[in-house]
Ligand binder design. Sequence first.
Ligand code: ZN
Length: 143
Amino acid sequence: MLRTYDLEQVYQGRLETDSDLLNELTKIVEQQEITAGKVSAIGAVKEAVISYYDQQAQEYGEQMLNESLEIVSLTGNISLKDGSPIVHAHIALANEEGQVYGGHLEEGTTIFACEYVIEEYSGQAWEREFDSPTGLPLWQQDK
Ligand code: ZN
């Protein structure tokens, strides 16, 4: 599966302290009506919620991290689900010792400081639909 895109626009900015990381990124994407693109960010969080997909059980298990952590890396993509833009992001978070937690970014991650870059692509956006082999809402070719 492959689609090609052109770079339409690049957005860069800072997110508010104490706001929710995933919700803020989603808000920008909705406001700018971005349907295809890439998200990245660095900074720090006060606490985080990440998840891990259990491939056997086909369900996400959440992990709450109640400590201040560095955002070593946040990378994600933008596509459509049920006709609306959705940010799918993964995050690597380091503690004081430099040990890293990582996983699928969930709501409930509170920003301490965050600088983001969003790239908007022009072209046919991917749409997410239920994929039965994985149990996940994945990009579908025939959409
Ligand atoms: Zn994920």
